[in-house]
Design a binder for this molecule. Structure first.
Ligand SMILES: Cc1ncc(COP(=O)(O)O)c(C=O)c1O
Length: 392
């Protein structure tokens, strides 16, 4: 059977490759600890599960969730309440919000709604691996924008060549950032709006870690004056409420882009199961305590890993966002060879930075979404087996 040529452009999906490696090792009897994927292990809060159960028992919710094309108005109103409470952002639930099957889906449909064949699209490097395939599927060409340690992993707008900026139709960014853990600040966001306005670039601001910050303020791109004129923010219930498997999120902001995404969705999927949207309302309205507890848990795990890294010779400033640590590799290693070394010596899986783009080389990513006892075990093995490492 012949399949579409566009698939030949795609690198192997990173986490499938890692999952296969882990499963192979486990099948050989190796006790693997994975610090690779970012997927919370704690359960979704009970009241959210109960809201799902109640809604799932109502036959009205068993039908296509298409009565209200952009997701249930009640869900969109809950999104607006959450944004007002958590970010001081006012949103019109009827024009500025569409429900999504997770922010990943939204970022994909953004490309189909905004990018024309032959368009170029700016993407940070390193960046979330999902963005480039979405741009390719829309017929666009991703153009990497370096995100470097010396600039706090923020792109420098003045360094983007004028002809590249003039040609670009959109820009994918994500802060708090996966993989680096870097956070944006208000000055940077104001510059982003100015840059996007000047070059007529649509901003795809992917913000599923908006709640995952340590010792700094939570920020929405939409809090920036003028943001709604130039872009949309994608957010998600996956990370703050331990709901990755439920597949629910939202796109908010520029009404034209929100409408474009809703149009693509109407012709592609039929939206989110209404019962999941009811559960989402419960999470958004009453889930702050879950988010706060998760931050405490991740904060504790960060401290444990940081102490281990320091003891092994790393001189490393922890980033302020996400549940990842983006750590430079010791002297003599590439990101891949260091991951191999840690896997072979400790049976601990890390993610190689190069998988996130050329500028990810020289780093590895630790994810803190693992049970505490397994993290303790990984730390114990690294302390015992890695010995003293050399750094520049
Ligand atoms: C930057 C980024 N965007 C999107 C996603 C996908 O999130 P969701 O579960 O909302 O689709 C992830 C998941 O890890 C992510 O890191």
């Amino acid at each position: 059977m012949h399949t579409a040529e566009r698939l030949t452009k795609l690198p192997p999906y990173l986490f499938m490759t890692l999952r296969n490696k882990i499963n192979d090792a486990r099948a050989r009897g190796v006790d693997v600890v994975s610090l690779a994927i970012g997927d919370p292990v704690e359960p979704t809060p009970d009241p959210v599960i109960e809201a799902l159960y109640t809604a799932a028992k109502d036959p009205a919710n068993h039908r296509y969730p298409t009565d209200e094309e952009w997701g249930m108005l009640a869900f969109r109103q809950a999104v607006a309440r959450w944004y007002a409470r958590r970010y001081d952002v006012e949103l019109d639930p009827k024009k500025e919000i569409v429900a999504l099957i997770g922010s990943k889906e939204g970022c994909h449909h953004f490309a189909l709604g905004v990018v024309n064949p032959g368009d170029t699209v700016l993407v940070t490097d390193p960046g979330y691996p999902g963005y480039k395939p979405s741009i390719w599927f829309a017929g666009g060409e991703p153009v990497p924008v370096p995100m470097l340690a010396e600039n706090g992993f923020l792109p420098v707008f003045a360094d983007i060549p004028t002809d590249v900026a003039q040609k670009a139709c959109a820009f994918y960014l994500n802060y708090p950032n996966n993989p680096t853990g870097a956070v944006a600040n208000r000055v940077f966001l104001a510059e982003l709006v100015e840059f996007a306005k000047y070059y007529d670039i649509a901003v795809c601001y992917d913000n599923p870690y908006s709640e995952m910050v340590f010792g700094t303020e939570r920020l929405s791109f939409l809090n920036t004056p003028g943001a709604k004129e130039v872009g949309v923010e994608f957010n998600s219930l996956s990370k703050p409420f331990n709901m990755t498997g439920w597949r629910i999120g939202m796109a908010c902001g520029n009404p034209d882009i929100v409408k474009a995404i809703a149009t693509v969705k109407a012709n592609t999927d039929s939206g989110v199961f209404n019962a999941v949207q009811y559960a989402g309302i419960e999470a958004l309205d009453n889930g702050d305590a879950c988010t706060a507890r998760m931050l405490e848990i991740y904060g504790g795990r960060r401290e444990k890993v940081l102490a281990c890294l320091r003891d092994l010779g790393w001189n490393y400033d922890a980033p302020k966002g996400t549940f990842y640590l983006w750590v430079p590799v010791p002297k003599g290693f590439t990101s891949a060879s260091f991951c191999d070394h840690v896997f072979e010596s400790c049976a601990v899986v890390l993610t190689p930075g190069a998988a996130y783009g050329a500028n990810g080389e020289g780093f590895v990513r630790f994810s803190l979404t693992v049970e505490d006892d397994r993290l303790d075990e990984a730390i114990r093995r690294m302390r015992e087996k890695l010995g003293t490492l050399q750094f520049d």
